[in-house]
Design a protein. Structure first.
Length: 162
């Protein structure tokens, strides 16, 4: 614990603002991530809220832009479905209205292609011969990735996955 405290460096509000701008410019961030980071840097709540306000004013911090980028990235890179993306955004304390907007913004063709892709990859790895068990394993796998049951069922009707 003492080592952890000694590694932590306290910044002045001006230093923290500059560092936060750089942190936001590198990658889209949620307000929660920035708030946590500012507290980690040893700032007081008054300074934290002031810096967050300035970051929003200067467009370094934008929750809507973050939600869109998060949803797109998790679909394309991680292969997550809407349920899992929604949970991730809730953990980042993104407002429900912005979560819904980000999910609606996802391209359905790309979404279904990603579902098909992960199911085909998983099907190739499965050694299960029983068609029912195989289907159940694929269905469970896709659900764990956050995809909706109706899309999974439609996709599993494809002969390549059976």
């Amino acid at each position: 614990m003492d080592q952890e405290k000694s590694k932590r460096r306290n910044y002045t509000p001006h230093q923290a603002r500059l560092k936060a701008e750089s942190y936001c410019a590198y990658q889209e961030r949620s307000q929660k991530e920035i708030r946590d980071k500012l507290y980690e840097w040893g700032l007081f709540s008054k300074d934290v809220e002031e810096i967050i306000s300035e970051l929003i004013q200067h467009n370094f911090l934008n929750e809507e832009r973050f939600a869109m980028a998060y949803a797109q990235g998790k679909l394309r890179i991680k292969g997550w479905g809407k349920y899992k993306i929604k949970q991730g955004l809730k953990q980042k304390q993104v407002p429900e209205k912005l979560i819904q907007k980000a999910l609606k913004h996802l391209d359905m063709d790309e979404y279904l292609a990603k579902l098909e892709s992960i199911l085909l990859k998983k099907a190739a790895l499965l050694a299960e011969k029983d068609a029912f068990k195989r289907r159940m394993k694929l269905q469970q796998f896709a659900q764990m990735r956050g995809f909706e049951q109706d899309f999974i069922s439609d996709m599993l009707k494809d002969k390549r996955l059976s």
